[in-house]
Structures are given as C-alpha cells and as structure tokens.
Design a protein around this ligand. Structure first.
Ligand code: NAD
Length: 264
C-alpha cells in the first residue's frame, strides 16, 4: 500500500526546535511520505529549524513573521515557484507577552491584546488567504488550540481569548472553503513543555494537574499530537472540517478531580 501522505506537499509554520508541536506533526507527515516546507521566525530560530528541515529532506526553509504581510507573501511566492501547488498547511503559532501570562486576565493591556490576537488568531486567516489559491486539488489546513479557549485556565488569560477566536475562525474558514474541497480543523492539545509554554505562569503545576486528572493519567507527547495531526492532514479525515479535536488524554471530558488523584 501507498504511504498515507504520498505525493502530498505541505507547509509547516511554527517549528522553533525539536520540542515544537509543529515538529511532531511534520515528522508524522514525513514518515508517511509527505514533502515539507518550513518557515522560521528570525535568525536565532533559523539555526534550529534548518537542520531539522534538512533531516526530513526539505529544500524550502524561509523566514516568516506573521505580523508582516510582505513576509507572508514571500513565503507563499516561494512555495508557488518551487511547487506550484500546496496540499496542506500547519499553523502552530501563538504569542502573548509573558508578563500577562500570569495574574489576572483583568490586567490585559490594549497593546498586548491586539498583538496576541493578531499573531495567535488573525495569522491563520492571513496565511489561509495565500494558501487557498495554491490548493488546486483541495487541501487541509490545521491549527493548534488549547482548552483555555473553552474554560478558564489559570494564567492563560489573553491566550484563552485568542484561542476562542481562533476556534471560531476555524469554523468560519471551514464554511468559506468547503466548496473548494479545503478542510480547516484544529487540534486542542493538552499541555506540553515547549518554548511557548515556558512563558505561561506555573506551567509545571498545570502539567502535573493534567497528568493526575486526565482519563489516560498521562500528558500527551508531540508524537501523539503528530499522529492525530497526520489523520487531519490526510485523506483519512476527508469527511471532517470545522472540527476542534482534543488530543489531551481526555482531560476535557472530566468534570471533577479523580478520587485517586485528590491530595490526602
Ligand atoms: P513553540 O514555541 O515550539 O512554537 C510556537 C511558535 O510560534 C514558534 O515557532 C514561534 O517562532 C512562532 N511564532 C510566535 N510569534 C510569531 C510570529 N510573529 N511570526 C511567526 N511565528 C511566530 O511552542 P508550541 O507549544 O509547539 O506552540 C505551537 C502551537 O501549539 C501554539 O499555537 C500553541 O498555542 C499551541 N498549543 C501549545 C500547547 C502546549 O502546551 N505547548 C497546548 C495547546 C496548544
């Protein structure tokens, strides 16, 4: 049998290092035969992303800052020149000022609100606008979200609001693009220790809490998110769009702390 992603070409945005969720998804797609392109944000991360991209045989590795339209345009021009088409797009990008990923949501500043929503939410729409003309045979767009969009999580603050807007964007984009055979979905991942997560106040406590209280009694890995990402990017999920799929060891179904996890 053919590998699941044979003949498919995808752009992965949001790899910072080998602990990035985007890297877990990229690896899973590569292992099933996908051809990959990568973006990185700034020179410091280029040093990390370039060798990773090379290890999966990628020859498109371009800088992108999603706050800059010209920078996004360049990425998609490069993809169009080299490939002429695109089958899938991974958006694994988020940002909020560390100073406001602790304490109360009430303290959110206008500047940080605007910047967080721009980078963490609007960027999905901005890149989809450029990806759609290249998705000539249909396509799959995937973004990453978190349970803090649905329920209040300590310290997540403005990111929770940004993720709620992101999840709504997934539904609107799915409705806009369905008639072109383009699907848009999100994975709501459980907490994972990454560069971005290190900015969230008390993150170690959140990790421990999820491990103790999720039905599977474990935290998820980037390989596990990669497996579910592969499903959503591949034709296996060609009846699925506008969906927020939880890959969180089942944490989101739990209404009360497990008795065996309760402190004595
Ligand atoms: P990460 O730090 O590895 O990735 C975040 C990426 O966002 C980095 O590659 C960074 O360069 C990029 N980015 C930030 N601002 C950018 C900008 N202006 N332009 C371009 N790129 C920019 O961390 P991660 O945890 O793998 O994050 C990936 C996605 O997963 C994010 O959307 C995050 O919110 C989401 N997520 C993470 C967790 C978790 O616990 N780690 C859980 C659920 C969802």
């Amino acid at each position: 049998p053919q590998p699941l992603m044979a003949g498919k070409r995808g752009l992965v945005m949001g790899v910072a290092n080998d602990r990035s969720i985007a890297w877990g998804i990229a690896k899973a797609a590569y292992d099933q035969g996908a051809q990959l392109a990568f973006t990185y944000q700034g020179e410091a991360l280029e040093k990390r992303v370039r060798p990773l991209a090379q290890s999966v045989g990628s020859d498109i590795v371009v800088p992108c800052d999603v706050t800059d339209d010209a920078s996004i345009d360049q990425v998609f021009q490069e993809v169009e020149q080299k490939w002429g088409k695109l089958d899938f797009l991974v958006h694994a990008i988020a940002y909020a000022d560390k100073e406001e990923l602790k304490g109360k949501y009430l303290a959110t500043s206008r500047d940080n609100f605007v910047r967080s929503l721009d980078i963490s939410c609007y960027s999905l729409t901005a890149i989809s606008q450029r990806a759609v003309p290249l998705m000539k045979d249909g396509g799959s767009i995937l973004t990453l979200t978190y349970y803090g969009a649905e329920r209040v999580m300590p310290h997540y603050n403005v990111m929770g609001v940004a993720k709620a807007a992101l999840e709504a964007s997934v539904r609107y984009l799915a409705a806009d693009l369905g008639d072109q055979g383009i699907r848009v979905n999100a994975i709501s991942a459980g907490p994972i220790k990454t560069l971005a997560a290190s900015g969230i106040g008390d993150f170690r406590h959140i990790l421990k809490w999820n491990e103790l209280n999720s039905p599977l009694r474990q935290n998820v890995s980037i390989e596990q998110v990669g497996g579910s990402g592969l499903y959503l990017l591949s034709d296996l999920s060609n009846g699925v769009t506008g969906e927020v799929h939880h890959v969180d060891s089942g944490y989101h179904v739990v209404g009360m702390m497990a008795v065996d996890a309760a402190p004595a």
